[in-house]
Design a protein around this ligand. Sequence first.
Ligand code: MN
Ligand code: MN
Length: 294
Amino acid sequence: MEEYIRAGKIASEVREYARKKYHVGRTLLDICEELEQMIISKGAKPAFPCNVSLNEIAAHYTAEPNDERIVKDGDLLKIDIGVHVNGYIADTAVTVCYDTRYESLVNATEIALQEAIKIVRSGVNASDIGKVIEDTVKRHGFIPIHNLTGHSLSQYIVHAGKSIPNIRTYTGFLLLENEAYAIEPFLTTKDGNGLVVNGNIRNIFSLVSRKNIGNKDADALKEYIWNRFKMLPFTTRWLTKDYDIKHLNLLLELLLKKKAIRSYPILVEANKKYVAQAEHTVIPKENSALVITL
Ligand code: MN
Ligand code: MN
């Protein structure tokens, strides 16, 4: 619990810094590196590469090693931060908005998250959280992304098997006291599809198996990944200090083909409409939620 609280406090400080900073004109690379470095300088580690997903990209974009993409006026930028202390993860996100037309979308996302957190306590049904999010979102004239969810967290595991829906569902589960959960509504505009689909960029990976695949270099990389990140997500950018980029990409391809690692493709709104996200990590208690990323 102490480690969760430390991770949550750091994640919250980095998120608030990211919320207040003016990012227009900065590269996505600069933003990722600054926020990840900030996590490290506060004595924790990134639980996954900082996600900087623009506009119709809902999630899973992190900067490439020499990424020159720049935040522009008019952009809607989701910054999703993971911090871990000894594997105990705090997961939190904020949307920064450089187009006044999307301010109400961002506000509704924050309100949906707050409304959801109000009903969290041990024994609440995840489906009821989804219902609160869906109702709140619709009341504000937007739609939730149906196929993105929050999730349970456990030591060194970001998605620990249970999903917190952003819509009412007909199956659910009861949240447990002292288990950590990320709640993360994603909203889009009324002309959106309400679903995300895989895009063709994938620069976030995680280890799935430590079984040797029979290629010396690839197996060495696999063990290097295990030693540095365990099963937590990582990105090419984090490996280029120790690996030549071309060689690295070939080895990652091989590890992917042999199913030793998996990739997380970017997730794009199916109608290419803009998406906003807000996220906190909560730990249910008997009568309320402890929001570790508050
Ligand atoms: Mn997140
Ligand atoms: Mn999450």
